[in-house]
Design a protein. Structure first.
Length: 184
């Protein structure tokens, strides 16, 4: 009887001591889910493709294409920290989710994962607007890095080049596609 009582007390002490501990992983996770620098509506202004800066659709808009934007919300979609995002492309509205994988509050840079989007299914009479939308969705969904600076957001992906291909790409061993947004 005495041994059973000692065992029960030991299990109770062990259980109490482990439930009150907060691990560094839990602290890091909590800080990632609480980032609010990225939250809000961002309007797409420019696109960098490798070494060439371009306007969002590859042609001057002049009111032909709706404002392309992206809104990051604080609304959590699941317990892992994924949050809701939504926006507008050149033709359709869309919705999806995002997860902040890492973030440095000093440099305001981090890693992000954007889940595939669900969009409305409207078509445009001008195929160039649909091409613009496809390019926008492709760059968004492939984005891995982000930087926030002076009311501007950069979403980007870096692609490695074939070693020794200095003829086609004389600027280094990689190139980037970057979407440049301004806070609305």
């Amino acid at each position: 009887m005495k041994n059973k009582l000692i065992c029960l007390i030991m299990f109770a002490l062990i259980g109490c001591s482990t439930t009150n501990k907060t691990t560094s992983t839990q602290i890091a996770y909590q800080s990632l889910t609480d980032i609010n620098d990225i939250e809000g509506t961002w309007v797409l202004k420019n696109v960098l493709m490798g070494d060439a800066m371009d306007v969002p659709c590859g042609f001057m808009n002049e009111g032909k294409v709706k404002e392309m934007n992206l809104t990051f919300t604080a609304e959590k979609v699941d317990v892992r920290g994924q949050k809701k995002l939504y926006g507008r492309s050149s033709v359709n509205d869309f919705i999806g989710g995002y997860t902040i994988l890492s973030y440095d509050s000093t440099t305001k840079t981090g890693k992000i994962k954007l889940d595939p989007f669900v969009s409305t299914r409207m078509a445009s009479v001008d195929p160039t607007f649909m091409n613009c939308e496809n390019r926008y969705f492709s760059y968004l969904e492939k984005s891995e890095d982000f930087k926030i600076e002076n009311g501007k957001l950069q979403l980007s992906k870096t692609y490695p080049l074939v070693k020794g291909d200095t003829v086609n790409f004389p600027f280094g061993e990689s190139y980037k596609n970057v979407l440049y947004f301004y806070k609305k």
